[in-house]
Structure formats: C-alpha cells, structure tokens
Design a binder for this molecule. Structure first.
Ligand code: BTN
Length: 326
C-alpha cells in the first residue's frame, strides 16, 4: 500500500535540490527509494508549496535559484537568550499560530519556510512561497498596555529598514503605516495583531514578511508592484542575501524594540522613520475618502499620518487606510 507522503520526505527532496544545480531524476529517485513517477509526484508537491522546480529532458530537476534553508539552531543561538525561536517548514500563518500559542512561552518567535494562508493587512493574503522570502512573527506579553501602541508598527518598520540596510539593501523607504518600499515597489510588510489577556495583560504578535528571493513567476499573483532584496542587491552588483543573517538582524531589532517599548515607545525610532518617509511631500490620497487628498506631511506625535488638504491639515489614524501616491 502506498505510504502517505510525509513532510519530511519532501524536505529531503528540497535539500537535495538546494544547490540549484541540475540533479538527475534517476539519482534523486534512487536516493528516495522511488520510481520516476513517484519522484515526479513529489516534485509536484514542491511546486504546490511554491517552489520553482525546473525540469529538463536529459538533465533532471533543479531549483531556479539556490535555496538557503532557515536554520533553527543557528537562529536560536544568535538571538537574545530569553527569546524562544522555532522554525517550521510550513504553517498556515506564523501570526495565527502565535496568536493561539501559550503566552507563558513569550517572548517567542516563529519563522516558516512556507505559509499556506499568510495574512496581510486588511484581510489580504500574504503570498508565501517556500524558501523564497522571510515570514516571521514574534509574540510579546506586557503587564500593562504600552502607551502609543499604534506607533509600534512604525517602530517595527524602522527595525526592518535597519536590518535591510545592514544586508546592503540601499534605498529602503517606509510607506505609512507599515510597508517597506524600494523605488515605489513593495519589499515587505508588517502585520501587528493584539489582544488583551486576563487582567491588564496585553499580548502583541508582530508579523514581518520580507521578499528576499521570490522569482517573478512565484509572485505573479501579487496585485501591486513588488521587488525583492536580491533584486535590489543585484542592481548594485551585490551578492544575494542570507535569509538566516537577515532573520537574526530582524529578530534582534524586534526584541530590542518590544523590550523597551513600554518605557521608550516610538521615540528611539521617530527621527529615522521621518527620514525614511516615502510619502513626505508627495501627492497622496486615501482610497474611498474623496476629501482626503493632498500632500503628505509626515506624522504627528501619535504616529498618525498628516495630509495637507485644501481644507487644512488632516490626520489619518493608523490601521484605517492605505495611502498611495496620487
Ligand atoms: C501587509 O499586508 O503588508 C502585511 C504583511 C505581513 C506578512 C507577514 S508574513 C509573517 C506573518 N504571518 C502572517 O500571516 N503575516 C505576517
């Protein structure tokens, strides 16, 4: 009787293809104890995970690009000790899993190679093909609600921009409230979910998605202009990024930000956020709200976005709307 396909078997095949070199079908099938048809079925599953597996008669199979798997042990030893890190091959959504995880284990971080139901802002999907990008969430419990919580996502934007800068990615900007942009194209996004626990306890789950090596074909369903870390690096003649290195830097930055948010809030990030503001001085509008059209004028003390309209300065609260250059 055919054995049910185990995730582990598929991961072994991913590892066998990880170099991006051609691998003969015969060798791959023999190593896995499969027929050629059985191997083709497994390759089909990898494609369902969003992997870009090419096949060629006489050559076999290869990944369109080399793949660096996330290394849970490396990540765990590279982040502050109190942060528990887990890497999962696939989950529906790292945010969803952590929202339902035991708060007693906070602070905890979850990274996935593939999300089957990645969540974006405002109920959108977040496209999450296997091994192509960074999908990570971190959960934090506070003894009381931190002040200025709406500005947390702006702080997280700065954390990500710093990590990208350290990876050699030039030109990252922040589009209010929490898109990472390079040259008017989306490089990543942030989704913060929160809930009150018993008493005054407050729990936040910060989710970060950064496009790292996603191929045009893998992201063909995305309905807005986007780019990747590797594309930006290549445009400056630089080598592809290490997802593990980038993950470590983002996790470090998030840990620092969340640990001191109750006391310091947005202040340590404000000046940098303003310097990276992609919409300052540009024509913007708030979709669906005709009167909110004008020039982007930065943010107020609470992190609300300011628009200079014909009727004067108006502020838009975090989470309400998207802004696009008019
Ligand atoms: C946006 O719409 O811009 C926010 C995207 C946030 C995506 C990340 S990927 C890791 C985490 N898990 C999710 O399901 N979503 C966030």
């Amino acid at each position: 009787m055919a054995r049910p396909l185990a995730e582990q078997d598929l991961l072994l095949l991913v590892d066998a293809l990880a170099t991006g070199e051609w691998q003969s079908g015969e060798t791959l099938a023999a190593a896995a104890g499969l027929t050629r048809a059985g191997l083709a079925k497994r390759v089909g599953h990898l494609r369902d995970w969003g992997l870009n597996v090419e096949s060629k008669f006489g050559q076999g199979y290869r990944l369109a690009r080399p793949l660096e798997r996330l290394d849970g042990a490396l990540l765990q030893t590279s982040v502050p000790q109190d942060l528990r890190v887990t890497v999962a091959p696939l989950v529906d959504s790292t945010n969803r899993v952590l929202m339902e995880a035991d708060p007693e284990s906070d602070p905890q971080a979850l990274l996935a190679e593939h999300q089957t139901a990645g969540r974006g802002r405002r109920g959108r999907d977040w496209h999450s093909p296997f091994g192509a990008n960074l999908y990570l969430s971190i959960a934090w419990t506070y003894a009381m609600w931190p002040p200025h919580l709406p500005a947390l996502s702006l702080s997280v934007g700065v954390v990500c921009a710093r990590a990208l800068d350290a990876a050699g990615v030039d030109g990252v900007q922040l589009k209010w409230p929490n898109d990472l942009w390079v040259g008017n194209r989306k490089l990543g996004g942030i989704l913060i979910e929160q809930r009150g626990e018993s008493g005054d306890l407050c729990r936040v789950v910060v989710g970060v998605g950064i496009n790292v090596a996603m191929h045009a074909r893998q992201g063909s369903a995305i309905d807005q202009p986007w780019t990747t870390v590797d594309e930006v690096l290549a445009s400056c003649g630089r080598k592809p990024a290490s997802r593990n290195r980038l993950a470590v830097d983002v996790l470090h930055g998030l840990h620092e930000c969340l640990a001191r948010y109750v006391v310091k809030g947005f202040e340590p990030y404000r000046a940098e956020w303003c310097a990276l503001d992609a919409l300052r001085g540009r024509q913007v509008y708030v979709p669906g709200q005709d009167r909110l059209r004008g020039i982007g004028r930065g943010i107020d003390d609470d992190g609300a976005f300011l628009i200079e309209t014909d009727a004067g300065l108006r502020s838009v609260l975090s989470g309400d709307v998207s802004l696009r250059p008019a």
